[in-house]
Design a protein around this ligand. Sequence first.
Ligand SMILES: *Cc1c(COP(=O)(O)O)cnc(C)c1O
Length: 229
Amino acid sequence: MASITENYTRIEERIQQACSRGQRPRDDVRLMAVTKRQPPGAIANAAAMGLRLFGENRVQEALAKRDQFPPDAEIHLIGHLQRNKARDAASFFAAVQSLDAVRTVEELERRLAALDRTIPVLIEVNTSGEDSKQGVRSREDLRAVTESIMAAPHLQLNGLMTIGPISSDERVLRPAFASLREMRELLRRETGLPLDELSMGMSNDLEAAILEGSTMIRVGTALFGERRE
Ligand SMILES: *Cc1c(COP(=O)(O)O)cnc(C)c1O
C-alpha cells in the first residue's frame, strides 16, 4: 500500500509537469487506474486513494472482480471486445473504449437496446502500425465504424483511443499521438460531433500523450507494479 501511495504521488507529479509543459490545466486530463491482472488488493488500494475511474481489458476478468470495485466506480472496457462477450459488456461497463469493427458495434447496440441502456464509446485507432495492436488501421475503416456508431442509438461516440508505439523516444511517440488528434479533427468536421475524448498515454508515455492533447491517461504498472501473466 505504501508503495502504491508513492507511485500515485509520482504519477500525479508527472501529470502536473506534463500539463504545465503543455500549458494545459491539470483538470483536462483524467487518470484511469488499469487494474487488469493485478493482485486482489489493487482495486481496494486505488479506491482508498480516491481513484474512481478503472480500466479492464477482459470482460470475464472484470466480471469476476466486480465485487471488489467501489459502488461509485466508473469501469471502462479498454481491451478488444469479442462479439460473444457483447451481452456481458453491455450490462457491466460504463463505457467501451476499444471499438474497431462494425459487426461488434452492431452486436453491442443490439445488447444495449435490449437493456434500454446507452453508453459512451470510443473508437480504437492503431496509430503505431504495429500488427500486435488492435484498432482501425485506415481512414475507410475509421469512417465505417464511425457511421455504424452514429446509426446506433444506444452508443454515444465521444472520441478516440490509441495505444502508443513501443518506444521511449518522444520523437516517435508524439507524432503517433498527434495523428490521433488529427484524426479526431477530421472526424469532428465530418460528423459535427464534439468528440472531446482522446484516451492516450500509459505508464511509459503519458507525458508525450498529454503534450499532444490527451484527455485520459490509462496507467497500470506505474501505479501497481508489474502484472501477473
Ligand atoms: C494494459 C493497458 C494499459 C496500461 O498499461 P501500463 O503500461 O501498465 O500502464 C493501458 N491501456 C490499455 C489498452 C491496456 O491494455
